[in-house]
Ligand binder design. Sequence first.
Ligand SMILES: Cc1cc2nc3c(=O)[nH]c(=O)nc-3n(C[C@H](O)[C@H](O)[C@H](O)COP(=O)(O)OP(=O)(O)OC[C@H]3O[C@@H](n4cnc5c(N)ncnc54)[C@H](O)[C@@H]3O)c2cc1C
Length: 480
Amino acid sequence: MNDIRIHKHQVAVVGGGAAGLVVAFGAASAGIDVALIEAGRLGGECTWTGCVPSKTLIDAARRAYEARNSGHVGVTTSDVAVDFARLMRHIHDTSAHVAAEERSERAREAGITVYQSMARFVDPTTLALDGGERIRAKRFVLATGSRPHVPPPLRSVRHLTNETIWGLAELPEHLAVVGGGAMGTELAQAFRRLGSRVTIITDVDRLLPTAHPDASEVIGERLRKEGIALHSSTKVVSAAEGEHGIRLAVEDGTVITASHVLVTTGRTASLEPMNPAAASIDVDEEGAPMLDDRLRTSQKHIYVCGDAAGAGLAHIASAQGAAVLTNIVSPRALAVDTGIVRWAIFTDPEIAQVGMTKHEAMAKGMNIRTTRIPIDRVDRASVSGASDGFVEAVHTRSGKMLGVTIVGLHAAEWANQWIRPVSKASRLSELAFTETIYPTMGSSNAVIAFAWVENLLDKGMLGRLARLAGRARMWLARTP
Ligand SMILES: Cc1cc2nc3c(=O)[nH]c(=O)nc-3n(C[C@H](O)[C@H](O)[C@H](O)COP(=O)(O)OP(=O)(O)OC[C@H]3O[C@@H](n4cnc5c(N)ncnc54)[C@H](O)[C@@H]3O)c2cc1C
């Protein structure tokens, strides 16, 4: 035991992804002696196997799709080819570029002591590293992320997950995507656009079950038009490797033979390898640590944040990391509040949600109103021929904003403008007089605000005046 090297730090952060990096860099800049232990590469899932590679793939797929489908505006190309190996290199280069700010050297320059190793508890104040070294700290932050959940029938056959798909050497001939959530739907559309045959199998009755049902319908319809086969409300009951590929027997009686299977059926927090029992951390019946409103475990000096605490999105993971950091450095401890709901799904058209959908508000028994416009009332959408989608604002009778669903061109970018007004429950009328640039998707905030006034005043003289004012407002925005 005397031979074991023991390193002592004030704070030890395990996991160098979106959550852990915020804690480690923030603690170092506050002058805290912090250790960061990472088994793989700094940057974590978002940079290497999640947000960055998937959005790079989606961007390439959009280019291929637009090159093939611009005849109606008079632009045609003879032969659109996808060099998949080159695209994969581009994806890896993009991840490396994004990771440049997260490199170990950058962390060391910032004053963080980086250990490249797996870590696991041996007692409540000590971690063991791979080489046998030990780390002792006063506080621990477990930001160990999550790993893909693969349902039993698929475990016995060759399958891809978000961790392995970026190593593909060739474009799949026929990709079966199991799961119809954000990851499955985004990647299904991208691979179809790159040239794969794609089949989605989901056990839910619609794609994107956490989204507004009308948003799911727009995307479902679009994917069908683009040639994706969709099997919903069913599941894979057995899988086997066959001569012509992987044979998936589906509960609805179909047999699908695919060259590749991508599993996107949810994720499991990766805390078990940390050996929480050795730290006497209380866990629930599923093995997940019980956390209080400050993301502390039953051992009050051990925090959990990011996907390991159920964040599920990079910006929520970072926000949790920032909240944990604040509680570590500040004498006034606060409950973790990561702000209002805000997320996007990067399909085409994009879906963005800020605050509540009307269904969520109604399920809470709230007395709400909605104002909705089809996306083609927005000039920027018409200019780009992007007519699929809608904007639906959820608000109180007096126009206080509770949420917005946007389905359309650049919805994710545009939704950022709604975060502050929805957080503050500002009135829709404020949007009507916010200066914007024409023609942009954002300039349509005024369109929805005036649509609300029109609805309010109905079809009488005042309603006509509101419509006129709305039009005048758009014209004013156009005038240089
Ligand atoms: C395909 C896909 C697309 C996505 N797209 C988006 C998107 O567009 N927008 C968005 O907001 N989110 C997106 N996400 C989600 C996002 O990637 C995650 O929410 C985010 O990366 C979670 O960050 P984290 O720090 O909690 O965990 P991670 O980034 O997973 O980091 C955990 C780190 O801990 C390390 N680790 C684990 N256990 C140990 C141990 N015992 N010892 C040492 N190190 C350990 C791991 O190696 C890893 O680097 C996507 C996810 C996927 C899969």
